[in-house]
Design a protein. Structure first.
Length: 103
């Protein structure tokens, strides 16, 4: 493909994507650091469970039209502490994808 053919193809593709409203109207990258602490209270005589988690990552906020938006985030946990014997996955990456529809 020569340069003109590629340019024409991209121009036609963009025209079709815009007409179908597929191209995101909002696309914002972000960086984050998160820290959380939690306590699980029990009803019985057993000891309550506690956890402390920290991590960092990057992600994107996006929007399509007026009604649809969401997030795609990649989180890298670097410290977790539990006072109970809990088997936790050893994944080094957590991926979160969410969509919201507003009327």
């Amino acid at each position: 493909m020569n340069g003109c053919a590629i340019y024409c193809f991209v121009k036609k593709l963009k025209k079709h994507l815009v007409s179908l409203d597929i191209i995101a109207q909002k696309f914002e990258p972000n960086l984050f650091i998160n820290a959380t602490q939690g306590i699980q209270n029990t009803l019985g005589n057993t000891e309550e469970s506690k956890a402390a988690l920290t991590g960092a990552g990057f992600g994107f906020q996006y929007g399509f039209g007026k009604h649809i938006s969401g997030n795609l985030q990649f989180d890298f946990p670097f410290k977790d502490k539990y006072n109970a014997d809990i088997t936790m996955p050893t994944d080094n990456l957590k991926i979160v994808l969410d969509f919201q529809y507003r009327t």
